[in-house]
Design a protein around this ligand. Sequence first.
Ligand SMILES: C[S@@+](CC[C@H](N)C(=O)[O-])C[C@H]1O[C@@H](n2cnc3c(N)ncnc32)[C@H](O)[C@@H]1O
Length: 457
Amino acid sequence: MSSNKNVTMKDSASENLKFPEHTKEKLDGIKYYYKVWFNIVKGQNSYIIDFYAGTGYCKIENAISQISGSALLAVDLFKNDDNKKLGVFLINNDVEQCKLLETNISDYIDKKKLQASVGKEIKIIESDWKLVIDEILGSTSDGIRLFLFDPYGIKSIPWGNVELLIKNAKSEFGYKETGFEVLLNWGWHKIRRILGNYYKNRFSNKELDNLDKFFGPVKWKEIVDQYPNTIFSEEDDNKIEKLAYDLIRAYARNFFKFFRYVKVHPIHYRKKRKESHLKDKGKIMYFLIFASNYYEALNIIDKPFKESREAKIFCNLPKGQKTFSDWGINSKEIKPKASTRRIKINDKIKRLEEELGENLFQKTKNIIKYLYNEKSHDYGCPDYVLFDKFKINEEIYIPYLKRTRIIDVRLKRTKRGNIINYYFLTHPILVDRSEYLFLNNEVFTHQDGVFDKIIFE
Ligand SMILES: C[S@@+](CC[C@H](N)C(=O)[O-])C[C@H]1O[C@@H](n2cnc3c(N)ncnc32)[C@H](O)[C@@H]1O
């Protein structure tokens, strides 16, 4: 098979998949995140669902050996599954690849002596992912879930289906709950190719139809038509990058319907050779979108991405977008609120007392501290835990805590399916409940579709 530098390809039905070099950066990010995520969640039932599972290994162009693909990176976590709470779902719509995936995984389990087996903890499902959403949601509803979308391009991943899945990050009671996270590989290089034809008026309706479906509610044509038809032939990298960011930002905005935190990280073309004909060097190949309702997750995922942002591509650093206003967004620069800085809980309580103009009872302080430590549970707990632990009078104490905006209550369905009252910290001095977009190097608050840039001191 002939080699094409931008196109991901498979050698034959029964061989591992072959990818360009920047794939390693993506896999490094996934590997790191899987590991840290699992260390946090492994006390509870936890699931990784890989909707585009590949064959287990990836052959990287110009490299001799092959590396673990996303499927094996997930399976590798069984090394640390002391509590036996992990489940991995691997979906691939290709029959031959599924067979190879199964062989590769079984061999890997034997080689590494892992306590897991295909068919039990590891389910390989030969299907189009869109057809198994309900089945997967049903089988994983008792645990923490991390979904990975790593498609070749855009055709197989219409927004409508993505939304059918991610709307489940929001509970039936309308709250953006933790425990449901998504990593999605957004194929800018594929979009860019179709747009190249669109600008030249040489597109096929099928291609545009794919773009329409991929973007869903995003009016991509309105964005694209703001740029000259010659944009790709001019080779003005800044303009092309600005278009890419305009589109990804509009796409990422939709995630805020279900998520509070969205992170977008560009993966650049990284070829170690320096041939001058390789025009794509350093250009963005795709974006990884990470969406979560768990604030700490953003800090975790940023580490490998921060490292890669600072890594060299040939001798040039990737040109990140410098300011939000470059993208024509109405944004005002704001300083982070004092409450969003990392200050200790005792100091926060002191500030709260100043704000309320009263000294809090020790019991109130203890409740605040207890809930504050329930970080991974959205700074909250079920009512019975609170009542049992602190022996409080529900009639008097809860109205006081609600009146002072220290806590609020919402309905929540437990992993066992029961509906309970859930108490959680809400006072802005104690917890930061803003929504954030992390776009490459920059951070913005999000409210009702409007982004404000944050300047860190
Ligand atoms: C880019 S590769 C994924 C590589 C993989 N994540 C890895 O790291 O090894 C895309 C994979 O998804 C599979 N695939 C393509 N369309 C699919 C669909 N609609 N549903 C499920 N799998 C699909 C392909 O057969 C291929 O194995």
